[in-house]
Write a protein that binds this ligand. Structure first.
Ligand code: F6R
Length: 651
């Protein structure tokens, strides 16, 4: 169950405090877990600001090691605010950036020098001569000398006072990829394949990502007097665990930080998910046994000892630090209770079963015919993530609306736009016949053919790309049998930047969501609660829905509205959190596949493939089958596939 709650004010956990906690016994790096990345970033920015001020008072230079990537952006944002509104001056700051792509310079929008100016330097009063970034344009034969000079320059300022870091999924810090040594210094390095995939979103394709970079070494970083490393989001949870709890090894260069005497790993809850104290707290000590935690522990135990729930014994519970949850009735009573819980999550009637006793069903029986809005962040998440449930809702007679929150235009390849524009031109010339103005499409084709690197996708091209996705979405909805009038293309403004980086959620976005909810007055809302989307669009779309619900919750019709969260292409809810599990038959799965195929621009090699080579329909099927297999292994019925949902309580 997810509820909208006031977040408690966040505060830091000192290293001393962290050391005394029983729950951190597997951790070898001081970790600080925050519920919100924005707030955590501000806290880090304030630490940096305090250091700058302290050094200014002492009339000393403040030597900062800075990072690029998505992780530090919010820290820089807060530093800019502190400069603009609270008089923080950067005049005494000398900065050294960690790294730069080889071959790129400040004109290239993907270069780190461009990034730093865009996200920080252009907005504060740092002196240009105090900015140092490895030069990616030094000819190969002079690179080693340039790297030595970089090291010497850092030394000439007395070393780094503070080093800010992000972490790559390979475990890199800077661009020190696996294999890097603890004493490595600034040098040229070949990027890992995974890093190239992760960074491809900033380029047009993976083949355009430079394969080499210049980076400070692990040794350079280790010499910094203070290190703060950041990680946000579930995508980082695996590498966070390896770094914090694993053995020191050059296979995961970030583990060398375990040897540093003043390092803090600042992360949000999603990035911390795999840490032992979060994942399996019963292993590290006493825990607060909420019902949710008991469910998590029982699923874990069943998977660990490879037994269905009803076969777990007292001994299994005792051996795994879970004896506390055994009450008077022992394992027998706990097993039955848990089994019933999971059984009651399963329903073939996602809109409620008419005229049935619904006391143990996830959804209400009435009203029999519900109005439903499926919010889909991109024009395909609806079918990819909940295509089976979507189909059942339609076939069971509910009034299903689909709201595509964003146009999804930047994820369409240029060649697709070209092909469609050519088609439109030919169709126009055919219909206009002799009257056809052959120059009409000229400007458009000039833009389409232009090979110049575009930081911002021109509006006309965006339009074509958006229309392509609209057409695909309508086609999929028609295949499922919903009328065009129930398909809503919202094109929320926050998304329309023409670049991967989006604007923050604005009032206009929230209003559009609110207006649609007011118009439809739904009994059910489905929303993507998928926070692992690499570009953050899902997160903004969800925040927009939450904000709209917050404003609408006083309305009478909202008393009848239930909100269900589904997860996107990237991962499923853990089974213990699922509150509604909708089975999908083999035939339905096939239909779902066809609906996903209707999104042709996202098939056969997409612009943002990510690290997963599978196509969306494959990821989706694998995931739904895996959920079904997990249910099966718990001793519940065996289905072909299952889609999982969690209810969001906003009242
Ligand atoms: C950036 C850098 C890299 C990034 C890392 C994480 O200067 O050296 O180590 O910190 O790749 O990138 P994000 O923050 O984009 O996840």
């Amino acid at each position: 169950m997810i509820t909208l709650q006031e977040k408690p004010k966040m505060k830091r956990v000192s290293k001393k405090e962290w050391n005394t906690l029983e729950s951190t016994k597997f951790e070898k790096i001081h970790t600080e877990i925050f519920s919100d990345a924005d707030e955590a970033s501000k806290i880090v920015a304030h630490e940096i600001a305090a250091l700058i001020r302290y050094k200014t008072e002492k009339n000393e230079k403040c030597v900062l090691g800075l990072a690029t990537g998505s992780s530090p952006i919010r820290v820089y944002k807060e530093l800019i605010r502190l400069h603009q509104q609270e008089g923080l001056s950067f005049q005494n700051v000398v900065s050294f950036n960690l790294d730069e792509y080889y071959g790129l310079d400040k004109e290239d929008v993907q270069s780190y020098i461009y990034f730093m100016h865009h996200h920080l330097f252009d907005h504060v009063d740092i002196l240009p001569e105090n900015i140092n970034i490895p030069n990616g344009k030094v000819p190969f034969e002079y690179m080693s000398e340039a790297c030595t000079q970089y090291e010497e320059k850092i030394e000439s300022y007395g070393g780094l006072d503070f080093q800010l870091l992000g972490i790559g999924r390979t475990g890199h810090i800077g661009f020190n990829e696996p294999g890097s040594k603890i004493n490595s210094l600034t040098r040229m390095i070949t990027l890992d394949h995974l890093t190239i995939q992760d960074n491809a979103f900033a380029f047009n394709s993976m083949s355009e990502v430079p394969t080499k970079a210049v980076t400070m070494g692990v040794g350079t970083i280790m010499k910094a007097r203070r290190v703060v490393i950041l990680a946000w989001g579930m995508k980082k949870s695996e590498i966070v665990k390896k770094t914090v709890e694993g053995e020191i090894s050059s296979d995961v260069p970030a583990t060398f930080l375990q040897e540093h005497n003043d390092v803090s790993f600042v992360m949000d809850e999603s990035a911390a998910l795999d840490l032992t104290r979060i994942q399996t707290p019963w292993i590290v000590g006493d825990c607060d046994w909420t019902e949710a935690l008991k469910r998590k522990a029982v699923v874990w135990l069943s998977q660990k000892v490879k037994k269905p729930i009803l076969k777990l014994t007292d001994r299994d519970y005792n051996d795994h630090g879970m004896s506390e949850i055994l009450g008077e009735g022992g394992s027998y009573a706990v097993n039955i209770k848990m089994f019933n819980h999971f059984q009651h999550t399963i329903t073939g009637w996602p809109g409620g079963k008419p005229k049935a006793d619904d006391s143990h069903r996830p959804e209400r029986a009435t009203p029999e015919r519900k109005r439903v809005i499926i919010f889909s962040p991109h024009p395909d998440d609806d079918v990819i993530s909940m295509g089976g449930t979507f189909l059942r809702l339609v076939e069971q007679g509910h009034e299903v609306h689909v709201a595509y929150q964003t146009s999804g235009n930047i994820a369409v390849a240029d060649h697709e736009a070209y092909r469609f524009a050519e088609f439109a031109k030919q169709l126009y010339e055919y219909t206009a016949g002799e009257q056809a103005d052959h120059q009409l499409f000229e400007g458009l084709f000039k833009q389409l053919k232009s090979k110049a690197k575009k930081e911002v996708l021109p509006e006309d091209i965006r339009k074509i790309k958006g229309l392509i996705r609209r057409g695909e979405a309508i086609s999929a909805c028609r295949y499922y049998g919903i009328p065009d009038s129930q398909v809503h293309h919202m094109d929320l403004p926050f998304y329309e930047t023409g670049r991967v980086e989006k604007s923050p959620l604005g009032k206009a976005d929230i209003k559009m969501i609110k207006d649609l909810i007011e118009e439809v007055k739904p009994h059910q809302i489905y929303a993507a609660g998928d926070l692992a989307d690499p570009h953050g669009t899902h997160e903004v779309c969800l925040k927009g829905i939450f904000a709209a619900l917050e404003e609408l919750k006083v309305e009478k019709f909202m008393k009848d509205c239930w909100v269900w969260l589904y997860r996107g292409a990237w991962h499923e809810f853990p089974i213990d959190e699922i509150e509604m599990a909708v089975p999908i038959s083999p035939e339905e799965l096939m239909k779902k596949r066809v609906a996903i195929w209707r999104h042709q621009s996202q098939k056969d090699g997409v612009v943002f493939q990510g690290e997963d080579d599978r196509e969306f329909w494959q990821r989706s099927e694998d995931r739904n089958r895996a959920t079904a297999a997990e249910y099966d292994a718990l001793g519940l019925p065996e289905y072909e596939a299952i889609e999982g949902f969690v209810r969001y309580h906003f009242q």
